[in-house]
Design a protein around this ligand. Structure first.
Ligand SMILES: [Fe+2]
Length: 146
């Protein structure tokens, strides 16, 4: 169970970092297609943010505490922080790369969850993988002919 707890916390912290980066890009994107990119990042951050509370409470239900501070997030996250203001295409490319990382992290949590026969949690994680697959599709498509 300890392995599942640890993997779930890493996935949660990484998801929160991913959410924050998408929101940051939504706020700071610039360029001729501003509205398209602003909305693309908006769609991503809103969907991920909506999953955060449920994610946290499901981790609590597994019988462990959930990280909820910037210090803990920065200790656990596998998503690198972005402090520069990037060009819009670079924002999309970076978020796409991070999104792939999130899917890999979620797969590890899924495996740990299955090993513990926590099928309800596995189901939630599978749903998050689906959601991130869709984010990947949207981000990748907007890079084409970019
Ligand atoms: Fe907004």
């Amino acid at each position: 169970m300890e392995e599942l707890h640890k993997a779930a916390k890493v996935a949660f912290a990484s998801t929160f970092s991913f959410y924050l980066k998408a929101h940051n890009f939504h706020w700071n994107v610039e360029g001729s297609d501003f509205l398209e990119y602003h909305d693309l990042f908006g769609k991503v951050y809103e969907e991920v943010y909506e999953s955060i509370d449920d994610f946290a409470e499901k981790i609590r239900s597994l019988g462990t505490y959930v990280p909820g501070s910037f210090t803990r997030f920065s200790m656990l996250t596998q998503i690198e922080d972005e402090t520069n203001i990037l060009a819009k295409e670079a924002m999309v490319a970076e978020l796409l790369e991070d999104n792939e990382k999130i899917i890999k992290i979620l797969k590890l949590v899924f495996q740990a969850s299955e090993a513990e026969q926590e099928y309800g949690f596995s189901d939630f994680i599978a749903g998050r993988m689906d959601a991130h697959r869709k984010h990947g599709w949207m981000l990748r498509s907007s890079l084409k002919n970019g």
